[in-house]
Design a protein. Sequence first.
Length: 114
Amino acid sequence: MTAEELKRYSGLCKSADAISAYISVLSKSDTGCTGLLIENLTKRMKDQIDQIQQIEDWIQSIPEEEIRTIAKYRILKDMSWSDICMKLYGYPDSYYCRTVFIRYVQKNESSTGH
């Protein structure tokens, strides 16, 4: 998993939710041309959900509890580095959490060839 893929998580979730809401509105519409649009939107939403699931699976596969927890807070809960550090260590220094996580991601990228 690359840093760029991880950064997309929040946007993917918001986009999938928006598409789902739009499909819901379209499905209640009486116009005849919505079938193909709903089909295309459903495919796009499925692709986004697959990407979301890959990111969540990658986070769950992190063997180190500390790094996995940092990843959950940062990526899944969209917390700031300072808030994560405060929650885990009791002080609001963003440097440590960010450095530990970035090093792990970079190491993972180089070992998987991304």
